[in-house]
Design a protein around this ligand. Structure first.
Ligand code: GDP
Length: 197
């Protein structure tokens, strides 16, 4: 079932000022330029709910959207942008950490990875930290229409093998494309039952 209603709620740079945790919440995060804004727009069926920027590393805000008056979709800033200072990187880490550990209603974190790029330490470390904190997450492969089926399968196999170096069981992976809308139903069907639980 497609999303009926998607509304911007609030942006802020202080995790303490996030909305009351009165709805189930799902956060989206990944390296700058991974395709996060495009994925959010694809999932919600909107063309410009999240801002697609040609300029990586721009969003440094926590953006809450209300979906179908039922759950929060949270667009977190992209990480791993090379051209930021150490101070900015530390500020960023504090922002994300403050958010992730301060939301009792956060039911799942969607960690986006670009399917065309081999497993990156920064992504795996981020996931590892989530695991250490006991925060539930899944992985979203983006831009997968760029790969043929054989290449996609090989990429998935490589990624799973890498994940198994960290975990006994590989986290769930969603295969998506903002161009073809692949993965939309799978992600929405994953979210909806969690909302009811
Ligand atoms: P963000 O920085 O993570 O929010 O990434 P954006 O959504 O702004 O996308 C970064 C770039 O990747 C843009 O040029 C998008 O058009 C492109 N992009 C995003 N998703 C896809 C996709 O599914 N397929 C392809 N081919 N390009 C994509």
């Amino acid at each position: 079932m497609p999303v009926k209603q998607a509304e911007f709620f609030v942006s802020n740079s202080d995790p303490a000022k996030c909305p009351k945790p009165d709805r189930p919440e799902y956060a989206f995060i990944g390296r700058s330029n991974v395709g996060k804004s495009s994925l959010i727009n694809m999932l919600t069926g909107r063309t410009s709910l999240a801002k697609i920027s040609g300029k990586p590393g721009k969003t440094q805000l926590i953006n809450h959207f209300v979906i179908d008056n039922e759950w929060y979709l949270v667009d977190l800033p992209g990480y791993g942008y090379a051209q930021v200072s150490k101070t900015d990187r530390e500020k960023f880490a504090a922002l994300i950490d403050g958010y992730l550990t301060g939301r009792p209603n956060l039911l799942c974190i969607f960690v986006l990875v670009d399917s065309r790029i081999e497993p990156q330490k920064i992504d795996l470390d981020f996931m590892y930290n989530l695991g250490e904190k006991g925060l539930p997450f899944v992985i979203v492969f983006t831009k997968t229409e760029k790969l043929g089926p054989a290449k996609l399968q090989a990429t998935l196999d490589t990624y799973r093998a890498k994940l198994l170096e960290y975990w006994e069981e590989a986290p769930q992976i969603f295969v998506t494309s903002a161009v073809t809308a692949a993965g939309r139903e799978e992600i929405l069907s994953f979210i909806r039952p969690l909302n009811q639980a």
